[in-house]
Ligand binder design. Structure first.
Ligand code: DAH
Length: 339
């Protein structure tokens, strides 16, 4: 009996050395310690033994069975470890491999123009102001010396929320908000969206952007306005740019003017961008009307100021050669990624 058990163990040890798979391992386990396994058979034959031999053989069988089970478990762990190792090797992450390129967007051309203009005016000591897009008629018209019967206030031109709340039609409303809050000296620009009840076409949109400028101080004159706009045009549109003033009318400035710039594409010779005019209309401006100063509690006998306002889309279109304003609002990536 003892010999038989020793052989079982010997044979098992040989087999387990050769085992290559978990399947084979479980087979040799069943073969030896399973219900019909070699060791179980030894136990079954114990009846033939003498009462003295039984406990000796019984404990020997248990010993060998424990040993076999322990070795099988060990081997199993070995297999698991190898499997893990293999996985780690094949699924390795190569940190030096070039990563997928993240596609970075770029600033929208409208935003690019706004930033450029801001840089120029910040350099001249201006603040950048902000105001609400949902505005009252008080700030957008009344305080800007724009009477109730002015066409700008017509339903055809303005989006009304209530009788006296509108989507602002111009950033000029921020002039009033600024002057109410701050005593002169004031030097500010205000970029922002404005809304007009216009149908969409290649040069019109019910929403567009403006940049407003306002300077109020002692001894501000038309020559300050001219010098400032000349500087602005040269910095933003090119050093060779010239400006010209044409008389105009705005309710909140007196005198008022419109300013053209020499075409920064053809230099004034005439081209598609300037429609062969050599000049591009740029902005409206003037000396702040005394009534407007007075409305904001600023004495026009002591202070004077100038203001200007222009459309950002128009500049972006001329600058980048964009022929249809709708492209600026559709946000088609194929268009936007060119800037
Ligand atoms: N608010 C005018 C517009 O929307 C532009 C403008 C003209 C602004 C003259 C001004 C100004 O500040 O003085 O067309």
């Amino acid at each position: 009996m003892k010999e038989k058990i020793a052989n079982i163990k010997k044979e098992f040890l040989e087999e387990i050395r050769k085992v290559k798979t978990e399947q084979q391992l479980s087979e040799i386990k069943v073969k030896n310690v399973g219900k019909k396994g070699t060791l179980t058979q030894v136990l079954r034959g114990m009846g033939k033994l003498s009462p003295e031999e039984r406990p000796v053989i019984g404990s020997l069988v248990n010993e060998v069975r424990d040993e076999i089970e322990r070795l099988v478990e060990e081997k199993k762990k070995e297999f698991k470890q190898k499997e893990l190792q293999k996985k780690l090797e094949t699924e390795d992450i190569d940190v030096t491999e070039p990563s997928k390129k993240v596609k970075l967007g770029s600033l929208h051309p409208i935003k690019q123009v706004i930033k450029e203009v801001e840089e120029v005016f910040l350099g001249m000591g201006y603040d950048i102001a902000d105001g609400p897009e949902i505005e009252t008629t008080y700030y957008c018209f009344d305080q800007l010396n724009t009477p109730a019967d002015h066409p700008a206030r017509d339903l055809q031109d303005t989006f009304y929320i209530t009788d006296d709340v509108i989507l602002r039609t111009q950033t000029s409303s921020v002039q009033i908000r600024k002057m109410e809050k701050q005593k002169p000296p004031i030097k500010m620009i205000c970029p922002g969206a404005v809304y007009r009840s216009d149908a969409v076409d290649a040069t019109h949109s019910p929403v567009f952007h403006q940049i407003e400028g306002l300077v109020v101080d002692k001894n501000i004159s038309m020559s300050d306005l001219k010098g400032t706009l000349d500087m602005f045009a040269k910095k933003c549109l090119g050093e060779k740019t010239k400006i010209r003033f044409r008389p105009h009318h705005f309710p909140y400035t007196e005198p008022s003017a419109e300013v053209d710039v020499s075409c920064f594409v053809c230099g004034g010779k005439g081209c598609r961008v300037c429609k062969d005019e050599g000049w591009i209309e740029l902005l409206g401006c003037g000396m702040v009307h005394p009534n407007v100063l007075r409305n904001c509690g600023i004495d026009p006998e002591i202070y004077s100021g100038f203001a200007f306002g222009f459309g950002v889309e128009r500049i972006a279109m001329a600058k980048y050669g964009i022929e249809d304003m709708r492209l600026l609002f559709e946000n088609d990536v194929r268009f936007l990624k060119q800037f």
